[in-house]
Ligand binder design. Sequence first.
Ligand code: 7RM
Length: 646
Amino acid sequence: MTQETIQSTLEEIRVFEPPKSKALFSSLHDWKLASDAFQKDFEGTWGNLAQQHLTWQKLFTQVLDERNPPFYRWFADGNINLSENCLDRHVNNGLGEQVAIIWEGEPGDVRRITYNELLAEVCLAANGLKSLGIKKGDRVIIYMPMIPEAAIAMLACARIGATHSVVFAAFSAQALHDRIEDTGAKAVITADGGWRRGAIHDLKSCVDVALTQGCNSVEHVLIVKRGHHDTNWQEDRDVDWVDLLKAQADVCEPTIIEAEHPLFILYTSGSTGKPKGIVHSTAGYLLWAHLTMQYSFDFKPESDVFWCTADVGWITGHSYSVYGPLCNGGTTLMYEGVPTYPDAGRIWKICQDHGVTVFYTAPTAIRALIKAGDDYPNAYDLSKLRVLGTVGEPINPEAWMWYHTVIGKERCPIVDTWWQTETGGHMLAPMPFSIPTKPGSATLPLPGIFAGIVDAEGEDVKDGGGLLVLKKPWPSMLRGVWGDEQRFIETYWEKFAHKGYYFAGDGARKDEDGYFWIMGRVDDVLNVSGHRLGTMEVESALVSHHAVAEAAVVGRSDDIKGESVFAFVVLKEPESEGLEAILRAHVSKEIGPIAKPDTIRFADNLPKTRSGKIMRRLLRDIAAGRDINSDISTLEDQSVIAQLQG
Ligand code: 7RM
């Protein structure tokens, strides 16, 4: 595609200075110093960080092996056990009584698990896995609700070198089946249910269905009894988690693990084909999960209570609910249920009750909470909050401002983190006490990350938009696509092979301060009469109107303009007469006539994936009046489809 014409006309001119604080990095100068170190000595700086921040079984002698790009290897001749870094070393440093996990179940039950307890549990589980014949290199599927055992299972796998693949609990039996087959997993760890919206969501029965055909690699299914309801127990296959652990010793020496050993596989959708199994390493991944906790959140393990609302079924849950906070020896909060259950105040009640200091969630959640009204957050004491993060999609300036004023009381820096399953950890983000923020911008690359915006030939774009690339390898980069080397090369590396750049699949632009503004996936950028328009920009414009709660914009092919703008809008109040024309005029005013939606369709909700991403392909089909080609089986509210179809 040609990039010159990507336009971004929705000017955001507000700038928010970082608050003064005793932070790990507390000025723009600190960011610059940290970043410059990588300019001067790339490998040396990474090597020092890896040596300082991680505990090695055997120290590496080489930092980066780039003999065979894009198959980069980091710290490859070192040995390191991730669970030792997340557990034993804190216990050995006298932090055994520090709370590692605060967990709240949806019904309100609470568990506080110390590092001593967590280490013991992980050892029991690791020994349990070993007793079932699971060894280093085997794959284990984890299909669990958000209960502490999910984290314990991940850490137990890491302790013995089994590669885990967490499958989000809301994925169907079919999706689970596909992932079991693709990984060739030897065991599945699941639960007989978890609480969601006041009822038990059964997982074990999905596993039973997934395993009815094929999946011959699976020898054991381990079941945590959370739901306490009858399941179709299969004696030769099913193992009760508690029974298994009861029979084990609570000491388990961490297995010797090579730095590049695959820690996990996590499936993620691309623009084509079935989801890809993204493979992550042990050492490089852990280093960046650890460091970004400090860079992006100013995480202070001794005093912070960190809550990332992401499920462990997503990369955000891996890096920032589990591995990042625990590697730092901090306290991470896990919540089992639906964030708006029993009402839209639940999140804020949890923040208040547990004294959450750093809170990390997605724009889609923020917008849902805005819609519920300010009375909910205002009813709770949020004064302990000090840093607020967001991830997953561009955050529209209106939602950013609400987060900043209503939740953060203009006191907490907003950290908009851009990254992907493939990057393992944050790539762009404002270090909260160093970098001035602008609503809607993920600001600048973190120290060590070399991001750029290029045209189709890979040349740097000075003005306007282009394709977001990462120009140098980084430790937590994906190591491959499980079982499909070709797809790994084609998807991420072929496009700019002559430059050696990683192609992220996102469009972005840089402003005069060098700030990055993500415009969404390149397949979501519209071309209207030769003008490229970010669907997000039109959405932001719509949402900036007081009547609009949420909007999704897609392109519809148009004989004259190439593409026309088609908007789906969720209102805050019942539709008033003439509103469609008013909104069109509003967008025209905010961006320009070129962005004016040709069609606006109102609905009670937008169709979203379980991870909260708007199902744009589905909307494009609806906009085009085509038959629906998307899998809508995971949609909670099927009736919105009819509304959207008009
Ligand atoms: C962490 C995660 C990755 C895609 C990515 C972007 C979009 C993520 C932001 C964002 C704008 C952000 N992993 N994305 N974060 N867009 N601003 N802060 O979401 O693999 O599931 O998705 O999400 O398009 O390519 S992911």
